[in-house]
Design a protein around this ligand. Structure first.
Ligand code: NDP
Ligand code: 8X3
Length: 254
């Protein structure tokens, strides 16, 4: 039987690229995000291109019931998840802390930390009951280092880093694998969201470099998900060749 992956935040960027990567390998997909029409378009395209089944669920991971709603959806469709990719997330704003906007902070904390917790709290018991499963959390190089203007976003990704380690310990006796994939700069909708729709400013982030594309990260996630059952990649930091760490880039300005 085909395996099933749940991907949160699958309507764009890394999540969408993962949907395509796993579809190509004939996995069944459960895709979630807030934008229904984007999910519907991805479902139509992947079902017709790869002949697989794609389930979509419109949801906001910030909702405390998001995890329970997802489990109810899976049970309704008789789906047993083999893999959960906790990908939904965002950065909003780059203000220094002393000028921070509380609503920006709450959006990041509620999505990147609490959303990941709500989904994991609900899906992990299903995996324990079925005695198999793997959770891959999408962290960031911002969860390894901090940079100017990154304050709360970096804190949320440091929390993902810590929670990944904690979940691995908690789920160890149940044979559930827990991994983190931590990308550097990837050109998706990420910077447009961070800069609140300022597309020019978003473009400048990638000026003079060849950034990661969603597909590069999806390939890495595919590898992490497909090691032999006795092997677990705990943590994978991935940057483009033009990026050495969170703040050091080699830019070709010509
Ligand atoms: P995108 O903005 O392209 O994608 C973000 C995805 O998350 C979208 O599908 C969005 O869907 C979803 N999402 C955002 N908020 C919510 C919410 N409240 N509930 C449900 N879904 C939500 O960015 P990326 O693909 O780049 O980001 C994916 C992950 O990768 C994030 O966790 C990000 O922090 C991380 N990351 C990104 C890097 C980069 O440079 N791009 C580098 C390192 C990590 P919708 O709006 O439809 O809800
Ligand atoms: C996204 C990458 O470096 O902008 O997590 O924080 S970075």
């Amino acid at each position: 039987m085909n395996k099933t992956v749940i991907i949160t935040g699958a309507s764009s960027g890394i999540g969408k690229a993962c949907a395509k990567r796993f579809a190509k390998e004939s996995w069944q997909l459960v895709l979630t995000a807030r934008r229904t029409e984007k999910l519907a378009a991805i479902k139509a395209q992947l079902e017709s291109e790869y002949g697989i089944k794609v389930f979509t669920l419109t949801q906001d991971v910030r909702n405390e019931n998001s995890g329970n709603d997802l489990v109810a959806f899976l049970k309704q469709h008789n789906i047993q998840p083999d893999l959960l990719i906790n990908n939904a997330g965002l950065a909003v704003g780059t203000n220094p802390l002393q000028e921070g906007i509380v609503d920006d902070w709450e959006r990041m904390i509620d999505t990147n930390v609490k959303g990941l917790l709500y989904i994991s709290r609900a899906i992990a018991p299903m995996m324990i009951a079925q005695q198999r499963g793997h959770i891959i959390n999408i962290g960031s190089i911002a969860g390894k280092e901090v940079y100017g203007g990154g304050n709360v976003y970096c804190a949320t990704k440091h929390a993902v880093d810590a929670l990944t380690k904690a979940m691995r310990i908690d789920l160890l006796p149940h044979g559930i694998r827990v991994s983190q994939v931590a990308p550097g700069a990837a050109e998706t909708e990420f910077s447009i969201v961070r800069f609140k729709g300022d597309e020019q400013r978003a473009k400048n982030v990638y000026k003079g470099i060849e950034p990661l594309a969603g597909g590069d990260i999806a390939d890495a996630i595919w590898y992490v998900a497909n090691t032999p059952p006795h092997v677990n990649i705990n943590d994978l930091v991935i940057t483009c060749t033009n990026q050495a760490n969170a703040t050091t880039f080699y830019r070709n300005e010509n």
